[in-house]
Ligand binder design. Structure first.
Ligand SMILES: Cc1cc2nc3c(=O)[nH]c(=O)nc-3n(C[C@H](O)[C@H](O)[C@H](O)COP(=O)(O)OP(=O)(O)OC[C@H]3O[C@@H](n4cnc5c(N)ncnc54)[C@H](O)[C@@H]3O)c2cc1C
Ligand SMILES: NC(=O)C1=CN([C@@H]2O[C@H](COP(=O)(O)OP(=O)(O)OC[C@H]3O[C@@H](n4cnc5c(N)ncnc54)[C@H](OP(=O)(O)O)[C@@H]3O)[C@@H](O)[C@H]2O)C=CC1
Ligand SMILES: O=C(O)C(=O)Cc1c[nH]c2ccccc12
Length: 440
């Protein structure tokens, strides 16, 4: 998770209540966190004025809190406005989702113009559809360019507002085990929608003797060659992992529970550009026609199409269409088998909703992710609901009370992150300018 705060004073207090010793920000640890945080112009913490605390934290994979694309995007925007901040990140690197928790063959699904972070375009020699390795290179260059230095290995365990002008964040230093306390006037939550891998409860799963993994733990299919592998979930992760397994010589199957739109990346790109000229429902109709032309009726293969259009669903419930990478062909040839919902597990036998059973050496749960915000953020519930997602619909989702913000929770991918970052930085800057005018 990322916690960004702007504070008049960014300070850190150890468990014993010792106050900070840094230039406006201190740590009970010894890793010299005050440099390069954009916090060097902070005072000793007594102005109560305009310091920024940025926290990012990571869950399993990086605790993806903190220094993901959202965390570094807001950091860059604050840097540009000369607003000091701290970024807290549970992992030991930026972009842990991309560096540690995504499969090898991953590429950005949207064209690069929809995936840049603020103030730094992709290099012109990058292809339209950027690989994850190039994207990581871009993100590494981004933090270098904006001199963003997150405090790593800080896992946020709680954040609360003091009723006055301060947010207090407690983070576990995963290296030393110590709890550190940070204070800031503003808190920007950037821990991500994809913070924790979600695995559904399945009757009998605890007795399964094969290998179980979440899609965030899957790198490639090499070790599954010759094995029977079931992928549960037909979102973008599940559909691509099934394809990868098949390419690697596994006998792949996919369990599909709900209707899904399948489009090519070119169709999505075309649709995005058409949205400038045509109403969304018209673009959706055209995309559905194109998809039907390209893929035909997939219901014979166990895949139904939703009645609502792909961009409508993206905009209302945040569900992305599946971008086909070749999976559909493999389903049509029978190289990837389609099963309905998984009902229960009985030893190594998996039982499906149609009553059929089958045995698998491994199951990959590509069943999505959950936000972890509710576990650590103590607020009044006005910004985040019980699922740790924004209460308000976009475009009003990003701003809470008392200097609390969230970035990257609009189910709008990197594009949405870029917009959130600019809105939040602008808003914080406005508050600080208004305060300065009053103070003078
Ligand atoms: C496999 C995959 C592919 C994707 N591809 C695309 C794509 O092509 N285009 C697109 O637009 N979107 C894509 N997305 C959506 C994706 O979520 C975003 O692109 C992006 O990574 C989100 O950035 P973020 O910073 O909000 O979250 P994350 O990248 O998840 O970063 C959050 C950070 O917060 C840290 N964190 C979490 N909890 C804590 C805590 N308690 N304490 C401290 N730190 C914490 C985490 O360690 C992590 O580093 C993809 C998602 C997945 C899962
Ligand atoms: N290259 C790229 O750009 C990629 C982008 N992504 C993005 O990352 C995000 C996460 O994607 P992904 O990891 O696929 O997760 P998603 O949440 O998009 O998909 C999860 C899938 O699991 C299914 N599911 C959930 N619970 C169960 C259950 N109990 N039984 C059966 N099926 C279940 C869902 O079905 P149901 O609809 O019924 O809930 C859905 O099909 C998305 O925004 C996606 O677009 C992911 C991979 C690649
Ligand atoms: O990859 C994702 O899931 C994204 O959220 C990126 C995205 C934003 N808007 C879209 C519209 C159609 C497909 C993907 C996206």
């Amino acid at each position: 998770m990322f916690f960004y705060g702007i504070c008049g004073d960014v300070c850190c207090v150890d468990d014993a209540g010792c106050s900070s010793d840094g230039p406006g920000f201190c740590s009970s640890g010894s890793d010299g966190v005050s440099d390069g945080l954009g916090a060097t112009d902070l005072d000793d913490g007594d102005s109560g004025g305009d310091k920024v605390l940025v926290e990012s934290s990571v869950l399993s994979c990086a605790f993806r809190l903190g220094a993901g694309p959202a965390g570094i995007a807001i950091a860059a925007c604050l840097n540009v406005l000369s607003i000091p901040y701290i970024v807290l990140e549970r992992e030991d690197c930026i972009a842990s989702l991309w560096k540690k928790k995504s499969y090898d063959r991953l590429k950005l699904h949207l064209a690069k113009k929809y995936c840049t972070l603020p103030h730094m375009p992709f290099p012109s020699h990058f292809p339209t559809f950027v690989s994850k390795y190039m994207f990581i290179q871009y993100l590494d260059n981004y933090v270098a360019q904006f001199n963003i230095n997150p405090l790593y290995s800080r896992s946020i365990e709680s954040a609360s507002h003091d009723g006055g002008e301060k947010w207090k964040v407690e983070a576990r230093n995963v290296g030393s085990g110590e709890m550190e306390v940070f204070e800031g006037r503003f808190l920007v939550v950037a821990t991500g929608e994809n913070c924790e891998g979600f695995v559904p409860k399945v009757l009998g799963l605890e007795g399964y003797g094969g290998e179980l993994l979440h899609s965030s733990e899957y790198d490639n299919g090499k070790m599954y060659s010759g094995k029977d592998v079931l992928v549960v979930g037909c979102g973008n992760s599940g559909m691509e992992i099934a394809y990868d397994l098949c390419n690697c010589g596994a006998r792949a199957a996919i369990s599909v529970r709900s209707p899904v739109h399948i489009l090519s990346k070119e169709m999505v790109q075309w649709g995005m550009s058409m949205l400038k000229y045509l109403p969304l429902n018209v673009v959706d109709k055209m995309l559905q026609t194109l998809a039907n032309f390209q893929y035909g009726d997939l219901s014979h293969y166990g895949i139904q199409t939703p009645s609502k259009g792909p961009f409508h669903l993206k905009g209302t419930i945040g569900r992305s269409p599946v971008i086909d990478v070749g999976t559909v062909d493999k389903i049509k040839t029978g190289d990837i088998q389609v099963f309905p919902s998984i009902m229960s597990v009985n030893g190594d036998n998996i039982e499906f909703a149609d009553g059929k059973t089958s045995r698998f050496h491994a199951i990959v749960f590509a069943t999505g992710y959950k936000s972890n915000v509710r576990k650590w953020l103590k607020d009044d519930g006005a910004l985040f609901n019980d699922d740790g997602m924004p209460v308000k619909k976009a475009p009003d989702h990003w701003k809470g009370e008392n200097g609390l913000y969230c970035i990257g929770f609009a189910r709008a991918g990197l594009f949405g992150i870029s917009i959130d970052a600019q809105n939040i930085a602008k808003h914080i800057n406005l508050i600080l300018s208004q305060q300065k005018a009053v103070d003078q």
